[in-house]
Design a protein around this ligand. Structure first.
Ligand code: PRP
Ligand code: MG
Length: 225
């Protein structure tokens, strides 16, 4: 089989979703060795290649058809789609399956002691975030104006060093917020991992690989329920 007919799946190289994603693919019967530094891993027993990238690159790779499938958090997906719409770029994809891992929420948090009286208390304030589009959409829906500064990680440090009034970042256990003296005041987006697919039709070879893979993914998800 030539390279063009191998199904290409994008997954997070390292981070919160990578272990669960790898475990899922293994439980689906894919023999993959991602312990080396190869970023495009050949699956030995199926015509599938796994491309290991930063999670924020996954939506674009799938939307542009570079990868046929991607496993990505809904937060990253929605942020990328909003950003692409704003730039007038292609932002279509198909959500093939909602996965049952990677659960978290995107929330606004303020320093302990901040006198929070409801959403209007946040009007005119500045927030550090990795998700400016999601924050902006929420602020518009709520009828408030916010400023933001973009941080790709360690967002919780921003208020303490005077970079922002508050933050808008992912919360899972809440431990990072607590360790940095922050209190969650508004949840703005709930997220889980999703399997997404390019909006363009797959060739028949790739479609038939997907037709084999998809029931296995659904079976693994069901078994975990
Ligand atoms: C993520 C996220 C939060 C934290 C939430 O950061 O950005 O900071 O995890 O998890 P918790 O509620 O269980 O503490 P990550 O540790 O991935 O690091 P980064 O933001 O520096 O990339
Ligand atoms: Mg963080």
């Amino acid at each position: 089989m030539t390279t063009e007919t191998r199904l290409r799946i994008a997954m997070q190289k390292s981070g919160r979703l990578s272990d669960d994603t790898q475990a899922l693919l293994k439980r689906c019967g894919l023999t993959l060795n991602v312990t080396d530094r190869r970023l495009l891993a050949h699956v030995a027993n199926m015509p599938i290649d796994i491309m290991r990238v930063r999670s924020s690159d996954i939506p674009g790779l799938v939307m542009d058809g570079v990868c046929d499938l991607g496993i990505v958090g809904d937060n990253t997906l929605e942020e990328a789609a909003l950003e692409r719409e704003l730039m007038g770029q292609k932002s279509q994809y198909i959500r093939t399956s909602q996965l049952n891992f990677g659960g978290c929420r995107l929330s606004i948090a303020m320093p302990e002691g901040f006198d929070y009286q409801g959403i209007k208390s946040l009007d005119g304030l500045r927030f550090a975030t990795t998700y400016p589009q999601l924050l902006n959409r929420y602020a518009k829906e709520q009828g408030i104006n916010v400023e933001f500064c973009l941080l790709k990680g360690s967002v919780e440090v921003a208020p303490r060093v005077g970079l922002s009034d508050g933050i808008c970042d992912l919360v899972s256990t809440g431990a990072t917020l607590e360790a940095n003296g922050l209190v969650e005041v508004e949840e703005i987006f709930k997220s889980k991992a999703s399997l997404i697919q390019t909006a363009s039709a797959l060739c028949s070879e790739k479609q038939s690989i997907l037709d084999t893979l998809l029931p296995r993914i659904q079976g693994v998800m069901k078994a975990k329920e």
